[in-house]
Design a protein around this ligand. Structure first.
Ligand code: ZN
Length: 44
């Protein structure tokens, strides 16, 4: 069961940032389609 779920997520196509086109590794579903960088990293 759990193994199937892991395979399911592994098989999902990687998200791509709509701004820079880089693949989004994070799984922040609430972030939409932008990578952390394009989301506005103002801390640094
Ligand atoms: Zn980006």
């Amino acid at each position: 069961m759990i193994q199937n779920i892991l395979d399911f997520f592994r098989n999902l196509p990687a998200k791509q940032c709509v701004d820079c086109g880089k693949p989004i590794e994070e799984q922040h579903e609430c972030y939409g389609n932008k990578c952390d960088h394009c989301m506005g990293v103002s801390d640094i």
